[in-house]
Write a new protein. Sequence first.
Length: 156
Amino acid sequence: MRSRGRGVVLLDTNVLVYAHDPRNKAKQELAIQVLDHLATRRMAVLSSQVLGEFFVVATRKLPDPLPTEEAAAQVERFLRYFPVLEVTGTVVLEACRGVRQHRLAYWDAQIWATARLNAVPLVLSEDFSDGLFLEGVTFRNPFLPSFDLSSAAGEG
């Protein structure tokens, strides 16, 4: 069943970044597999926050940063394959609630709020405890050996 967000999975920034970070080949390969799988099936969404964070990390924080033109071209490719959920004032207020009630760090709370308010039931990220469930949103770490993308995304 698809959500209002047109996807069943919200991808966090670290999945996009690892696909471009050769320091950990295993994580890079897994990130590329996750992106390919979800893009082909049109099962994932991104948030405007994630796209912005990707651009900053890819151009400033990787050991071999991408040129800004290349990073911008990659953002354009992401836009072709993944619908983008906007960070609205309502999302910001919900993120503030996530900080207060669930003790999340603000940027993590904003990821949670974006998923929750757009009825996206699954977030793929290594920044949360694997299996954490908060108000209709489950967090899974796609880089753990036990992770199975097909079952996590409800494909079988």
